[in-house]
Design a protein around this ligand. Structure first.
Ligand SMILES: [Mg+2]
Ligand SMILES: [Zn+2]
Length: 201
């Protein structure tokens, strides 16, 4: 079965977008934007607002990300075996250098950046609201897949996880699904996910 993975906080140990904003962006705007998430602002609205505070050259940020963003244990071996599709609310420009650093070649569905010196702009892959959650959502990205396994951790995974045949969740996604009695399997690294898939597939 096709495996679909979120990127930040799922493949990466720590949310890389958050790390980039702490290092290169405006922390106050970050705190402010996160408070409005799910209320006055959509997820894309929050991402756009946060990244407009980043003005560093893209090459500098990519070098920093390659140096500082680590992937969860077991991911490289898992990726070689399962060839997961990466579906992210982040950016091709910051994901692909890490995939490459790990010696992997994987398909990535994500947004793109226009890294202007007066503040980065985000070029979202879709503005089409999902009929279930009302925002542009990862459901649209997996619409042609058929049955899939989903691995995720956060807000951007909530809606799409409900359509997966099997869900591995950690952190906020795990508590969200638990509070709604949606079944999922907890994981802390990709050895856990591989072990579970190998025993019951
Ligand atoms: Mg995430
Ligand atoms: Zn949705």
């Amino acid at each position: 079965m096709q495996v679909v993975v979120d990127w930040d906080g799922t493949v990466t140990e720590v949310d890389g977008l958050h790390l980039v904003l702490l290092e290169f962006g405006d922390e106050q705007i970050y705190d402010e934007a996160e408070k409005h998430l799910g209320r006055e602002l959509t997820l894309n609205g929050v991402i756009a607002m946060e990244f407009e505070t980043v003005r560093a050259p893209l090459a500098e940020v990519v070098a920093w990300v390659r140096e500082n963003v680590r992937v969860r244990p077991g991911f490289s071996a898992f990726a070689r075996k399962r060839r997961p599709l990466i579906v992210s609310s982040g950016f091709h420009e910051l994901i692909e250098p890490i995939v490459e650093r790990e010696g992997l070649e994987l398909d990535v569905v994500a947004n793109r950046l226009d890294p202007r010196p007066d503040g980065w702009r985000v070029r979202f892959r879709s503005h089409e609201p999902c009929s279930v959650c009302g925002e542009p959502c990862k459901r649209a990205d997996i619409a042609s897949l058929g049955e899939f396994v989903y691995v995720g951790d956060g807000v951007s995974d909530r809606c799409v996880a409900l359509t997966a045949a099997r869900v591995f969740a950690r952190d906020g996604l795990a508590s969200h699904l638990a509070s709604r009695n949606v079944p999922f399997e907890p994981f802390s690294d990709f050895y856990d996910v591989e072990r579970a898939l190998a025993t019951r597939c």
